[in-house]
Ligand binder design. Structure first.
Ligand SMILES: [Zn+2]
Length: 249
């Protein structure tokens, strides 16, 4: 199917990008702090468009904008919306937004059609891109519980229907996970090892400032630390010793 070509771009737009509207014209945008992801977005755009890619420095990263009405039209034929905030959140949705009521809140209707995917590999690569933008690995010392270490791989998503669709894709590639209010979480050894084997993050994508212990590390490096930590003995269980050991894995 022809529109499977847009799969990567759809993953980027549904996570850290979208379709905006400015003085009567629609444009594609993507915001990130990671140069790896910004470059990846530029490369995807270049497969379809020669339009200038505008670059703007913002508080939460660099925003790239592309004004290409044909490409916008292709993307909107795949999903009627790329906005993943609820309709009443600031800024409110535009008139004409196709939305639906979910748990008494209004949400933009979003599609990730099955014909974007030919094989299971297509699904894992879609999830890899989405998770690289809106996902993270986390490992940190914990006290007062049976395990001295907390390990999580999460894909963040506030949109209730999109979250279920992403959960379906994880099911399709056989990765166990639990559905939380604002995320999909992998916490068991089995789930995290399967995520690492089948999906991972895009190479070079860094942890953001939200990570207390691992800011500046690559997401994949932390993922590999988690996997190694299962095979490591932690003799000293206090936080500092655990953290030191984790840093050296
Ligand atoms: Zn709406």
């Amino acid at each position: 199917m022809k529109r499977a070509r847009y799969r990567n771009l759809v993953a980027l737009c549904l996570s850290d990008g979208g379709i905006g509207f400015s003085s009567g014209t629609r444009y594609i945008h993507f915001t990130n702090q990671s140069e790896t992801l910004l470059k990846f977005f530029e490369n995807e755009i270049r497969k379809f468009s020669d339009a200038k890619i505008h670059r703007q420095i913002k508080e939460r990263g660099i925003t790239l904008r592309v004004f290409d009405i044909n490409l916008v039209r292709e993307l909107l034929s795949i999903s009627p919306n790329f906005r993943t905030k609820s309709c009443n959140n600031y800024p409110k949705c535009k008139p004409g937004c196709l939305h639906e009521l979910v748990d008494s809140a209004s949400w933009p209707i979003i599609h990730i059609p099955e014909d974007l995917f030919g094989t299971k590999n297509d699904k894992t690569s879609f999830l890899k891109i989405y998770a690289s933008c809106d996902g993270y690995p986390s490992i940190f010392p914990r006290s007062g519980t049976w395990s001295p270490i907390e390990r999580i791989v999460a894909i963040v998503c506030h949109h209730p229907k999109l979250k279920l669709r992403l959960s379906e894709l994880l099911d399709d590639v056989e990765i166990p996970h639990t559905i939380k209010r604002y995320s999909l979480e992998m916490r068991s050894r089995d789930a995290i090892e399967k995520f690492t084997k089948k999906i991972k993050f895009l190479d070079g994508v860094e942890m953001t400032g939200n990570s207390r212990h691992w800011k500046g590390y690559k997401k994949n490096d932390i993922l590999f630390k988690i996997v190694k930590s299962y095979k490591t003995r932690f003799e000293q269980k206090d936080s500092e010793s655990v953290l030191k050991k984790l840093r050296n894995l």
